[in-house]
Design a protein around this ligand. Structure first.
Ligand code: GTR
Length: 427
């Protein structure tokens, strides 16, 4: 029998708005040119020169006050779309028990947000059962539901839309047969044994990954009004980022985790979100985008891997309706992805890769972290550190590639934990 935690009484907590270094969706952007009027830039846009006025950025204050806000606006305007800056979040503890033979504490927290009309976000918090201090927490999206992360009947079965390829999926609904179906990607017992927590969220609670989103029909989109032109509306990656920020709203107020040591981690399309959320929200202390590829940690200007033409064609709902105008015209982008990495500086960031995962373009991600490093250095970090071709894993800004292809597994988590332990100390 699982042990019921003394705090298991359903408790509702209304979170105060935590200060958030988020973008403002309401600022007018009249000065940003149409895509057809942008200058060609064959080289990567320089991190330390402004787009407007070509001003040189030579101090941390100038970075924070001028260049970083400009970059966030450029990324929202030309790539991801604008999402709501804040929303009121209410947290309800649905269950708090120990599972996995007493090795893991599972706390199910349900978040409602905004006017309460949007679907709730179900957070599965997996915690060390006898922590003497609040643990750092990995925050991650998964496509198939929290019940697929560990085979335990205590974990709530998702009621949100699931892709037909998810374990146990029947007619795009989760079933009991899917329990633990993705457990090999999530070594929960190891994560908590090393003194970390994991906050997992089914991405469909925020926005189902389907093409309906081009009409903004499902997920969070119809529940929030963002006052921007249609071409700058938020796509699914921005919607997921908005949802991750609402989970951060909860985590910074939950005394069971260390709200000052939140790590966004994600694989592939969810790696894009792990990076974007950290770039826009300084409450996130570390980012580990894993095999995040195009629109993530690799360069749009890279000729390797997935092109903008491919990603915008296959996934028209991921970005805003301006980004496809750069298909085969990447050199006209006023930003590139090294600048999204730079927005995380000086917080630790590790871009992980697989040697055979050429679609996600590991060399392009290495070029991106190299080009972001001057911003880390400006902000007092040593940035990327190399010895010849070898990248020091433990540096504040790092890149790693292991043998193998496009996957998430135990070896990757060993790398994530090594990086996190180095920066946060063994727990
Ligand atoms: C691919 C897509 C990539 C990556 C990947 C994934 O098909 O082209 O950008 O996001 O899906 O999420 O697994």
């Amino acid at each position: 029998m699982p042990r019921r935690h003394p705090l298991s009484v359903a408790a509702v907590l209304i979170l105060a708005f935590a200060p958030c270094a988020c973008s403002s969706a309401s600022e007018p952007l009249p000065e940003l040119p149409a895509v057809s009027e942008l200058p060609r830039r064959d080289e990567l846009p320089d991190a330390l020169t402004t787009f407007i006025g070509a001003r040189s950025i030579d101090s941390p204050d100038a970075w924070r006050d001028v260049r970083a806000p400009e970059l966030r606006r450029l990324f929202q305007h030309y790539v991801y779309g604008f999402w709501p800056t804040t929303a009121e979040v209410r947290s309800e503890v649905i269950k708090d028990v120990t599972i996995a033979g007493g090795k893991v504490r599972y706390k199910h927290v349900r978040l409602t947000h905004g006017d309460g009309s949007a679907p709730p976000i179900n957070v599965a918090l997996f915690l060390p059962p006898a922590a003497t201090r609040a643990p750092p927490v990995f925050l991650a999206l998964d496509p198939c539901g929290n019940h697929t992360l560990i085979a335990d009947p205590e974990v709530a079965l998702s009621s949100a839309w699931v892709d037909g390829l998810c374990p146990g999926a029947v007619d795009n609904k989760a079933t009991e047969a899917g329990r633990g179906g993705r457990a090999e990607r999530w070594p929960i017992a190891l994560i908590v044994e090393r003194g970390f927590a994991l906050a997992a969220v089914h991405e469909s609670d925020i926005d189902p990954d389907n093409r309906d989103d081009t009409s903004f029909a499902d997920g969070v989109h119809p529940h929030y009004q963002v006052d921007v032109a249609p071409a700058q509306r938020w796509g699914t990656i921005a919607a997921w980022t908005f949802g991750v920020q609402r989970v951060v709203d909860h985590l910074v107020a939950d005394s069971d985790v260390d709200g000052k040591r939140i790590i966004t981690v994600g694989h592939s399309r969810r790696g894009k979100v792990a990076l974007l959320a950290a770039a826009f929200d300084e409450r996130i202390a570390m980012a580990i985008p894993h095999q995040s590829g195009t629109g993530g940690a690799t360069l749009s200007r890279s000729s390797l891997g997935e092109s903008l033409f491919a990603i915008n064609g296959l996934f028209p709902h991921w970005f805003n309706d301006t980004f496809p105008l750069f298909n085969n015209k990447e050199v006209f982008l006023p930003v590139d992805q090294h600048l999204l990495i730079a927005l995380v500086a000086p917080r630790p960031l590790l871009a992980t890769n697989g040697d055979d995962d050429s679609w996600a373009d590991p060399p392009g991600a290495l070029r991106a972290v190299e080009a972001a490093s001057p911003v880390y250095e400006l902000l007092g970090s040593s940035g990327l550190q190399k010895n010849g071709n070898d990248v020091l894993l433990e540096a504040d800004l790092s890149w790693h590639s292991r043998p193998g292809g496009h996957s998430l597994g135990l070896e990757d988590w060993q790398t994530f934990l090594r990086f996190a332990e180095h920066h946060f100390g063994a727990q």
